[in-house]
Design a protein around this ligand. Sequence first.
Ligand code: VGL
Ligand code: ZN
Length: 204
Amino acid sequence: MSDLLLVIDLQVDFLPGGALPVPEGDAVIGPVGGLIRKFPHVVLTQDWHPPGHASFASTHPGKAPFETVDLPYGSQVLWPDHCVQGSPGAVFAPGLAVECAELVIRKGFRAGIDSYSAFLEADRTTRTGLAGYLRERGFTRLYLCGLATDYCVAWSALDARAAGFEVAVVEDAVRGIDRDGSVNEAWARMRAAGVARVTSREIG
Ligand code: VGL
Ligand code: ZN
């Protein structure tokens, strides 16, 4: 049994004051810091979109953030421009111990495909390579934390389960965007898929 901490998208644009703020997103910085000190192996994900990305409302004339659009791979929620490659909002949250990460996996960098998941992009066929990396390194159990519970954390947790990993989400170290009950729905889907819900205190 080899454990790894996967920190999802803990970036300035998802914090209060950022382009796509997650309510109380800054509240996870402390708990995530505590987890990073407990885990010998840490991987970070970084949402990393080119300007004009297909998930940006600004890319679709007449569309507003939080509306949807039909893309070749299906329906896509539209977001404010966020985590643009190389922009100040794309950097990691202040105080995050980035130096502890053995790998930073960037996602959403293809102009036409979004990627909430750290494993499988929104077309559900393009792989990020993370599952292969983790398997090759012998990790079997993943602890997820970061932002946002109902999007990138949930999609990553579900895909990690589907890829055969044991998965736990650390509830005090995640926060959600919560559109129309999406946080509760995400927890229900994760539970049904066999994703454990744990607290930082339970982790030795
Ligand atoms: C995310 C929406 C768009 C996330 C990323 O990190 O949960 N959500 N891009
Ligand atoms: Zn994004």
